[in-house]
Design a protein around this ligand. Structure first.
Ligand code: DPP
Ligand code: ZN
Length: 873
């Protein structure tokens, strides 16, 4: 496969000023006529991308080209002409119903009831028509759709509506004009039988905008929360960044057949139903938050991504990292900021850190790729957001806003680079941010070590910070990065000290940020009376792994006294890590384990601790994160040690206290969505799971009752999970009940599949295999594949990493089957093999054999081949 390199970037040889598209839509066959107004930019032939297109006719400036007047090979249509400008006309046919890859124009749902839609990011537009399909070609679009009226009553495309009418033979048409130049990946059309909910919105600058959310009739009553989230997102972007929406209509469409989470097409967002539909009976509290966040994310792209887009796909994080950051800030404002930060950092550690430590590791801005679809990763998104957060922290709230204003003004209507972004932010603040560019080019998670030395005679505390980044796949030499370390110092009673650095006249705030911009640096704090406890990297001020030789008692002080919710949790996580080490080493009387259980018991009994924060504090790092603390990974041993520490905690808190707390939380059972109700549900779940570790029989009865009386999905699914984890056989009746109750509700069934796929232990593979026979299981639906295969392979370590390798062989077989339908989905599931090299020898051998065999096949897609080739290395 060919490799595309950032270093080879060249501007487009031809620009496209205007494109007119006419669609004659049909499920089996759609014809697309395109008129492109091209303008020469360099002395080269016109090159248009096109894949899987049946070329019906081709003309230049009104003259039909004969064979021999153009070259069509390897997905590129090449036309050599002399003129400075020209008009190219093409007519092609495509076959939506046969398109199981869900890239380009395809059918969602069944032939007789489903609807047509498009997905173009990153390179789907070339499956619709011939076009220079690259993000730095920005064009104005006029789109005309024609279709049978009964079969396709609703016709949508991006831009403003520009007329509609009736045609002969029961057909009708609709036209859309988008005044904003855009790259082809933001193009979209939708056609079919859809219902809508609507809202009239007026922007801060006075534009009337019709908001429409579209879905199939059976789910249209589950779109209200998405509409509410959309309105709040629009208001937030006006308030926070001064950004207004810029068309007269904004459409959002839900589909059950989608490869990604959602897509920010200009004026016509398309969503995986999973991130748009929500109702208390079928959605959990987490899912409500995801809907809010993803609706916001796609809306925010209208400025960070659409008005200012990416020059090339290497710059993907320019729009994604930035938009995730904006989305996270929005969610923090809508909910609790510290809890949001906890959730985001936990995700980073669970998904991005492992990615960055294995063979698929890559920089936030990769320098090469062979399949861009495989770079929609936790690194580009989540780590990318952390980089923007560091810049925002560096500039401060006002400075960052000034910088963003400059960025949007300077690059509006352009395809920009990450350098452009840093330059605009820096220029607006009279500062040079270019040192941060190194973060974008260097893969791997830096290790930050901190060593404190207290000098009683001098009343000084010297903090030495050092950094090093381990070698990553294909990138062995690493440089020092600017690492902002927000910190406080606490005395032994838990009081934060005013900070005065050596050379400063007076003490200032109790929190400040120092920047480690070289391999090692010391910071000396004056007027320190007793050895302090440093609270480092507050708010997770940089995406690094902190190595600090805390004694357990120091972390316990932070865990009890740190006023910042995030850092309190962080101290708890660090302490839990040490407690885990005790359990791993069989040291059940270890001092860390004791400090952790004591501190948490104290917090458990402290009525002043918020329910949601307590639930988070009671959750130690997960089995996947704990891999870091293992020289050679054996998922069974990791689970045993983690369960042992949780049991110790449950014993320390005590059965009586757990039961009483559960009863108190239980008595307030509702499905209400306010924050306190959500927090109670979350805590109730943690308490019941802890209780189950020491009183399984009683816990089972409580879970059964909770399942039966649950007022909404959060309580119902939590109870079912607890029951099934305690004893999958004993939970059979409840599992069957859930299956029947939600028959026909795709999103609820996805959770049903995933819940079972995640049950730990040696039986997991057999369970998953049995679930494949369920009528509702299908390989052609990405959500279903993710819920069963993806959950099992990526998030059930004891189930997937069986020592006998049976699950590896089974997955390999399924990957081949999925790949023949949908390469993007197969490639994503295949990333489950990312960590195989760090497994203990028996599992490693088994995984290697399977990966090597798969990687040697010649009949797989470019997507899957690329992942396997990198993983197998
Ligand atoms: N660009 C999409 C997003 O919003 C992904 N397809 O992340
Ligand atoms: Zn995005």
């Amino acid at each position: 496969t060919s490799v595309i390199r950032l270093a080879d970037y060249r501007p487009p040889a031809w620009s496209v000023e205007h494109v007119a598209l006419e669609f004659d839509l049909g499920i089996d066959r759609t014809e697309v006529a395109a008129t492109l107004e091209l303008v020469r930019q360099a002395d080269e032939p016109i090159r248009l991308n096109g894949e899987g297109l049946e070329l019906l006719s081709l003309g230049v400036d009104g003259r039909t080209l004969a064979e021999g007047e153009y070259i069509l090979a390897d997905g590129v249509l090449e036309i050599a002409i002399d003129a400075e400008r020209c008009t190219v006309n093409t007519r092609v046919a495509v076959h939506p119903a046969e398109n199981t890859a869900f890239e380009g124009l395809y059918l969602s749902g069944s032939r007789d009831r489903g609807f047509l839609l498009t997905q173009c990011e990153a390179e789907g537009f070339r499956h619709i028509t011939f076009f220079p399909d690259r993000p730095d070609v920005l064009s104005r679009y006029t789109v005309t759709l024609r279709a049978d009226h009964d079969r396709f009553p609703v016709l949508l495309a991006g831009g403003n509506p520009d007329g509609e009418g009736v045609l002969a033979d029961g057909r009708h048409w609709a036209r859309f004009v988008d005044p904003h130049p855009k790259p082809s990946y933001l193009f979209a059309v939708v056609a079919g039988r859809l219902e809508r909910i609507s809202h009239d919105y007026t922007t801060a600058d006075g534009r009337a905008v019709a908001l429409h959310i579209w879905a199939e009739a059976d789910v249209i009553d589950r779109c209200d929360y998405a509409m509410d989230s959309l309105i709040r997102s629009m208001q937030w972007d006006e308030r926070t960044y001064g950004r207004n929406y810029d068309l007269d209509v904004f459409h959002v469409v839900a589909t059950h057949d989608f490869n990604m989470g959602a897509m920010e097409n200009k004026g016509l967002n398309i969503f995986n139903a999973k991130y748009l539909l929500a109702d208390p009976d079928s959605s959990t509290d987490d899912e409500y938050r995801h809907v809010e966040a993803v609706v916001a994310h796609e809306y925010f792209h209208n400025w960070s991504g659409n008005r200012v887009t990416c020059r090339d796909w290497f710059q993907l994080s320019l729009k994604e990292g930035l938009t995730v950051f904006r989305e996270q800030s929005f969610s923090a404002d809508m909910n609790s900021a510290p809890l949001k930060r906890i959730e985001d950092v936990a995700l980073l550690r669970r998904a991005q850190f492992p990615e960055d430590a294995g063979p698929l590791s890559h920089p936030v801005r990769p320098s090469q790729y062979s399949e861009i679809n495989n770079f929609y990763t936790a690194t580009v998104y989540e780590k990318g957001s952390e980089l923007v957060r560091m810049l925002a922290g560096h500039l401060g709230q006002e400075g960052f806003r000034k910088g963003m204003d400059r960025y949007f003004e300077r690059h509006d209507g352009q395809a920009a680079t990450i350098e452009d972004f840093l330059t605009a932010l820096g220029d607006a603040n009279g500062t040079d941010l270019s040192p941060y560019l190194a973060w974008y080019g260097q893969a791997g998670t830096p290790r930050l070590s901190a060593e404190g030395r207290f000098d009683a005679a001098q009343r000084r505390y010297r903090l030495t910070l050092r950094q090093r980044t381990p070698a990553t796949a294909g990138q062995t030499a690493k440089q020092a990065l600017p690492i902002p370390v927000r910190l406080s110092l606490f005395d032994q009673s838990g009081k934060a000290l005013p900070l005065r650095l050596e050379g400063e006249a007076a003490a200032g705030a109790t929190e400040r940020t120092v920047v480690l911009d070289s391999a090692e640096r010391g910071f000396v704090f004056e007027d320190v009376d007793a050895s302090p406890v440093p609270s480092l990297l507050r708010g997770f001020s940089a995406p690094v792994i902190l190595e600090c030789d805390y004694v357990p008692g120091e972390l316990a002080i932070l865990l009890r006294h740190d006023p910042d919710g995030f850092n309190r949790w962080e101290a708890g996580q660090q302490l839990a890590g040490l407690a885990y080490d005790d359990c791993r080493d069989g040291n059940v009387e270890g001092s860390a384990l004791r400090a952790w259980t004591e501190a948490l018991t104290h917090l458990f009994n402290d009525k002043g601790v918020d329910d949601a924060l307590l639930a988070e504090l009671l959750t130690p790092p997960g089995e996947i994160e704990l891999v870091e603390r293992q020289a050679e990974r054996d998922p069974d041993r990791i689970r045993i040690a983690r369960q042992a520490m949780l049991r110790k905690l449950a014993q320390r808190i005590g059965a009586e206290a757990l039961r009483a707390r559960y009863a108190g939380l239980r008595s307030e059972t509702t499905a209400a969505l306010d924050a306190p109700s959500q927090a109670r549900r979350q805590l109730k779940r943690r308490v019941l799971d802890l209780y189950a570790l020491i009183q399984p029989g009683e816990a089972r009865e409580l879970a059964r009752a909770q399942y039966e009386q649950a007022p909404g999905m959060t309580d119902r699914l939590a109870a079912l999970t607890t029951l099934a984890t305690l004893d999958a056989h004993a939970a059979e009746a409840a599992i069957a009940h859930f299956r029947q109750r939600y028959d026909g509700n795709a999103l609820a069934l996805d959770k049903w599949f995933a819940m079972q796929a995640l049950l730990p232990g040696a039986d997991a593979l057999a369970r998953v295999q049995a679930l494949e026979d369920d009528q509702a299981f299908m390989l052609k639906n990405p959500n279903r594949v993710q819920s069963l295969l993806g959950s099992f392979a990526r998030a059930n370590p004891t189930g997937f990493h069986r020592a006998d390798g049976a699950a590896y062989r089974w997955l390999a077989d399924r990957l081949v089957a999925v790949d023949s339908l949908n390469p993007q989905v197969a490639a994503r599931v295949a990333t489950a093999f990312n960590g195989w090299k760090r497994l203990e020898p028996v599992r490693r051998e088994a995984a290697h054999a399977v990966v090597a065999e798969l990687a040697s096949r010649k009949d797989l897609s470019r997507d899957l081949t690329d992942i396997l080739a990198r993983v197998a290395l």
